[in-house]
Design a protein around this ligand. Structure first.
Ligand code: GLN
Length: 304
């Protein structure tokens, strides 16, 4: 299998990295708009501890919404099932930054992976502390999961998003108006923008995702019961309005981010990270999705 896996990843990298039909880089966060779209990386971390990579797997990219998986894991660790009083578990069928459902659902976001839901989980992690303390907990979780301390937050990206984050400010204040924010909205968003601005390579991300493989995977960050729940939410909600399409094409739990990364999980077998900065109309990596689809097909990986 090692030789075969490396060959598959090399072929995916060769075929996809020059594909001109690569989508658009996110520009609503100006700092992300500067990223060269002609980059591509893929890494697989297997349950038995092997790492396989192809492409720009040592280049760091902005994790953005992929961090919502880690924030959710921490929030559930702190608050348990109480968290679900404040945020739902249903796919949204709307864009990641859509605000309309929040009014219909009386300030309880549809799920923890749309922005409003992640602002709530961030609020839960903040829990009366200073943003610095909550971010330290977040970083120590993701570093421990990756077993790599060289994972950091890019302050320029966080600043860039803060300066243009009107819609997220609207979300936070809307949540507060329904009494679904415990901390000061500015502090919650300061924490949220910073964890979104975490930068890592596909190698680091695939390693950080190993705790979601379940089985006897190392390192164990949360209970196996919780791993199953996190995977269920990634499968149903991880790609926003494109979650059904992703499940149909790839068939694996996964979470995307507007930095162009995707973290996918093959339960019991592997964690996969791909990165290509160009996005489709739902804000999910276009070539990243194609890479996942191809890898899943060639490895015969699916939860179905
Ligand atoms: N920080 C980004 C935002 O709030 C994350 C969005 C994403 O990656 N889908 O808009």
């Amino acid at each position: 299998m090692p030789a075969q896996m490396q060959q598959i990843l090399d072929a995916i990298n060769t075929d996809l990295r020059d594909d001109p039909d690569r989508g658009e880089v996110a520009s609503y966060i100006p700092e992300l708009g500067q990223v060269d779209p002609h980059q591509f990386a893929i890494t697989v971390a297997t349950a038995d501890g092997q790492i396989y990579s192809a492409g720009d797997a040592t280049t760091r990219f902005s994790a953005q919404s992929i961090t919502k998986v880690f924030t959710l894991a921490i929030a559930l660790g702190r608050s348990g099932d109480q968290l679900w009083r404040r945020v739902g578990r249903e796919p949204s069928g709307t864009a990641f930054n859509s605000i309309v459902q929040l009014e219909h659902e009386r300030g309880r976001p549809r799920n923890p992976f749309v922005n409003a839901g992640a602002i709530v989980t961030t609020d839960e992690v903040l829990a009366g502390r200073e943003p610095r303390e909550a971010l330290a907990e977040f970083l120590s979780f993701i570093r421990a999961a990756a077993e790599d301390d060289d994972i950091h937050i890019n302050a320029d990206v966080a600043r860039s998003e803060t300066a243009h984050g009107h819609r997220n400010f609207a979300h936070a204040h809307f949540l507060a108006s329904f009494g679904n924010l415990k901390n000061d909205p500015d502090k919650v968003l300061g924490t949220y923008f910073h964890h979104c601005a975490t930068e890592l390579t596909t190698t680091q991300l695939a390693r950080a995702g190993r705790f979601l493989i379940g089985a006897d995977c190392h390192p164990r960050m949360v209970s196996l019961d919780r791993v199953r729940r996190l995977n269920a939410l990634m499968l149903t909600c991880g790609h926003y309005d494109g979650s059904g399409e992703f499940a149909y094409r790839v068939g694996l739990p996964a979470k995307s981010g507007v930095g162009g990364g995707i973290l996918g999980v093959v339960p019991g077998k592997a964690s996969i990270a791909v990165w290509s900065p160009g996005l489709d109309r739902n804000g999910n990596s276009k070539l990243g999705t194609e890479a996942m689809e191809r890898l899943a097909r060639e490895m015969d990986w699916s939860v179905f």
